[in-house]
Design a protein around this ligand. Structure first.
Ligand SMILES: [Cu+2]
Length: 101
C-alpha cells in the first residue's frame, strides 16, 4: 500500500513537471549500517542509480550522505528507499536551503 502510494505520488510529480520548473535540492541523510570502508561506495552506487540524482557524497566517518538531486525527478523518500533497500537503513538528517532562482 505504501509502495502504491509512492508510485502514485511519483506519477503525479511527472504530470506536474510538464509546466513546473526543476529545482535542485540538497539533503543530508543519516546512513546506518556502514561498518567498513567499502560501504560508502555501495551507498553511493545506490544513490547514483536513482534518476534525478546529480551528486552523492558519502562519508564513512560521518555516517552520512549528502545528495543533490532534481526534485522533479526524485524525492527524499526515493533516496531513502534506494539506500535502505541496499541494506542501509537511512533517515533524513537535514535539508540545505534551496538555491534561489
Ligand atoms: Cu562494508
Amino acid at each position: 500500500m505504501k509502495r502504491l502510494f509512492t508510485l502514485a505520488a511519483l506519477g503525479a510529480g511527472v504530470l506536474i513537471s510538464g509546466t513546473a520548473f526543476a529545482a535542485e535540492q540538497t539533503v543530508k541523510l543519516a546512513v546506518s549500517n556502514m561498518y567498513c570502508a567499502a560501504c560508502p561506495s555501495t551507498v553511493k552506487k545506490a544513490l547514483s542509480a536513482v534518476s534525478g540524482v546529480t551528486k552523492a557524497e558519502v562519508s564513512y566517518q560521518d555516517k552520512s550522505a549528502v545528495v543533490t538531486f532534481d526534485d522533479q525527478k526524485a524525492s527524499v523518500q526515493t533516496l531513502i528507499d534506494a539506500v535502505t533497500k541496499a541494506g542501509y537503513p537511512t533517515r533524513l538528517a537535514s535539508v540545505a536551503a534551496p538555491k534561489s532562482r
